[in-house]
Design a protein around this ligand. Structure first.
Ligand code: GTP
Ligand code: MG
Length: 255
């Protein structure tokens, strides 16, 4: 039971949540990462590769990857997708010409199988600039309302001052139980009943093992001395995190 509990904690307990920050070059991704971390604007240069930092929001820990947005780097974004729970898409709200390109990148990304359970936070950055588009305009251009298989939210912000970023982080934090519940309430219940069933089977097998042990050495039909695992139930549940995520992926998209 202790082992099962430990495995359950791996699935549902306190762990880091993987987040990736993507968006075209110059959108403000690295500035945002360090505002999240240090609450101040840092001097940045174009990111080649990625930066990664751990950010805690009221005891929720996020492992945040900021990925370079230059054209030559965008083809490698998908190498960061595995196990991502939240995608932060940063948009330069003054960059009208490239908003169509951002939309294409967003929808291509969401079609990737590794992101099927990821939630999307769009940060409409550079709101301090006079000619910036509003979050509503950006939402429309990105056709966010057409995204049905992912939980999403758009937040206006300014990475230089940090304005709007706490609200974005708060949405991420509050969205996490939702990520599990929208996609997997049924899965959790099935898991619990399987665990209960497994416990019962184990208890039954253990009693049988004790009875057999009292009767003499335990033997399998082929002869060698048996072990408790030789009579282990066939329908045992594996609760490794990656298998659980795969099971979630196999579920139909949340309504
Ligand atoms: N006015 C204004 N400038 C910003 C804001 N956020 C970032 N910048 C500036 O935009 C420029 C690019 O910011 P970065 O954070 O390096 O952009 P990036 O998205 O990481 O770019 P890549 O690493 O090339 O993909 C820098 O000069 C920032 O100071 C903002 O909210 N307002
Ligand atoms: Mg950068």
């Amino acid at each position: 039971m202790g082992l099962l509990f430990a495995k359950l904690m791996t699935v549902f307990g306190d762990r880091e949540h993987k987040v990736i920050i993507v968006g075209l070059d110059n959108a403000g991704k690295t500035t945002i990462l360090y505002q999240f971390l240090a609450k101040e604007a840092v001097h940045t240069s174009p990111t080649v590769g990625s930066n990664v930092e751990e950010i805690s929001v009221r005891k929720t820990r996020f492992l945040v990857w900021d990925i370079g947005g230059q054209e030559s780097l965008r083809t490698s974004w998908n190498s960061y997708y595995c196990d991502t729970e939240i995608v932060i898409l940063v948009v330069d709200s003054t960059d009208r010409e490239r908003l169509t390109l951002t939309r294409e990148e967003l929808h291509r990304m969401l079609a990737h199988e590794d992101l099927q359970n990821a939630a999307v936070l769009v940060l409409a950055n550079k709101q301090d600039m006079k000619d910036s588009m509003t979050a509503a305009e950006i939402s429309q251009c990105l056709t966010l309302s057409s995204i049905t298989g992912h939980s999403w939210h758009i937040q206006a912000c300014c990475a230089l001052t940090g304005e709007g970023l706490p609200a974005g982080l708060d949405w991420m934090r509050r969205g996490l139980p939702g990520l599990l519940s929208t996609a997997s309430i049924a899965q959790k219940m099935a898991l619990r009943s399987q665990i209960h069933e497994q416990d019962q089977l184990r208890q039954g097998h253990f009693s049988r093992f004790q009875a057999l042990s009292r009767a003499g050495p335990l033997r399998t039909p082929s002869g060698p001395q048996g072990t408790l695992s030789s009579v282990a139930p066939r329908n045992s549940v594996s609760l490794s995190h990656s298998q659980f995520r795969s099971a979630l992926r196999a579920l139909p998209a949340a309504p």
